[in-house]
Design a protein. Structure first.
Ligand code: DSN
Length: 415
């Protein structure tokens, strides 16, 4: 880092400040995590210089002999990890992975059926503000009054809509997803079944959530959320025909040269996920989220669906005077970083919202266990109980900083 410090002190300073922020605050955004120093080393490596349009051993540029080895290793590790036959490791993000899936299997104006954004779905699952909702005719299912997917209702909608593709998977859904049930429905209406497992991939590979295979035709994920790898996307399938279509959709369909440095980092991340200790991490992620949810319920908060089966807790403030934005800001002032989130039956704008989403993956990666999550959940409830008490927020911020200091994840030398 000393090179950067001398060459570009302004950027270096921002990086130092970000390290302090990530160290001193409690990171509880459900989609964020702390990746491994080895992953960061690969991401910042010499491979950033290399163009490698195409796929291993089928490149449009010379000098790809080592890029080929890197990408093939990433593919092999991804297939081993998710126990599938084909993987495309080139998507630059989860959104681009999803765009690749659609481009591979759909034509413009084909009908897709995904989970409503305000019920926990994702923008790329057909929201009208995303290209998925502009390019395809999108229809939605949601959760019932208990905050849980009602598969009979999904079936009913699927039979009316007759979509070409059903999308399962979510960004803010705290319960296990029944891929087998979705498969039954997809078969009844002759639809492709696509699972976006971006949020739960790290749990799936540890058998802490059911796998989308063999039920789904195609599966996408990000590599940085519960998987703790580098920022990026991944598409998997067991069908050779679909795999070929996906490869053409990603390159030359929507992307240019693959980011080989990031693909190298994905391979390093997958190797971590394949280690036996990964399962312990995934177990703790779930256990910690449960502690959080139990305490918030005890303190009288409306935890959507009455609990959690995964890494996240969704809290609804519908009927209360403060919004998700108010809570997000008050918790931020208290050293706890979460995100405001829309909730089922939302009546505020997506910028304000009536809820918050809280996740356990990042603090679990720092080594925090039930004891720490109990303390933190209590403090979150204290802040919500006293949403305007700036003095209390500052006091809690100092307490949380002290707690965080016992769980340092990156030392200065690593960073
Ligand atoms: N931004 C991600 C999340 O927070 O869930 C999804 O793209």
């Amino acid at each position: 880092m000393s090179i950067l410090k001398n060459i570009d002190p302004e950027i270096y300073e921002f990086m130092e400040s970000e390290l302090v922020r990530q160290t001193d605050h409690l990171e509880m955004i459900a989609s964020e995590n702390f990746t491994y120093p080895a992953v960061m080393e690969a991401m910042g490596s010499i491979f950033t210089n290399k163009y490698a349009e195409g796929y291993p051993n089928k490149r449009y540029y010379g000098g790809c002999e080592f890029a080929d080895k890197v990408e093939q290793l990433a593919i092999d590790r991804a297939c081993k990890l998710f126990q599938c036959k084909f993987a495309n490791v080139q998507p630059n993000s989860g959104s681009q992975a999803n765009q690749g899936v659609y481009q591979a299997l759909l034509k413009p104006f084909d009908k897709i059926l995904g989970m409503d954004l305000s019920h926990g779905g994702h923008l790329t699952h057909g929201s009208k503000v995303s290209s998925s909702g502009k390019t395809y005719s999108s229809f939605f299912y949601g959760v019932d009054e208990n905050g849980i997917i009602n598969y009979n209702k999904v079936r009913e909608i699927a039979h009316i809509v007759k979509p070409k593709m059903i999308i399962c998977g979510a960004s803010a859904y705290p319960r296990e997803i029944d891929f087998a049930k979705f498969r039954e429905i997809a078969d009844e209406v002759g639809a492709f079944l696509f699972a976006d497992i971006a949020h739960i991939a790290g749990l799936i590979v540890a058998n802490e959530h059911v796998s989308p295979f063999p039920h789904c035709d195609i599966v996408s994920t990000t590599t940085h959320k519960t998987l703790r790898g580098p920022r990026g996307g991944l598409i998997m399938t067991n069908s050779e025909e679909i795999a070929k279509k996906v490869n053409s959709a990603i390159f030359p369909g929507i992307q240019g040269g693959p980011l080989i440095h990031v693909i190298a980092a994905k391979a390093v991340g997958f190797a971590e996920n394949l280690k036996p200790q990964w399962n312990e991490y995934a177990k703790n992620v779930k256990a910690n989220a449960k502690v959080l949810s139990n305490i918030l319920i005890k303190r009288g908060y409306n935890v959507v669906s009455g609990g959690t089966d995964n890494h996240l807790v969704l809290v609804s403030f519908l009927g209360l005077e403060f919004s998700g934005k108010d809570a997000d800001e008050a918790l931020g002032d208290s050293g706890i970083t979460i995100n405001r989130n829309t909730v089922p039956n939302e009546n505020r704008s997506p910028f304000v919202t009536s809820g918050i989403r809280i996740g356990s993956p990042a603090l679990t990666a720092r080594g925090m266990k039930a004891k720490e999550f109990e303390i933190i959940a209590g403090k979150i409830a204290d802040v919500l109980d006293n949403i305007n008490d700036k003095k209390l927020h500052l006091k809690i911020k100092n307490e949380m900083k002290k707690l965080a200091s016992n769980f340092v994840i990156y030392d200065k030398a690593t960073y």
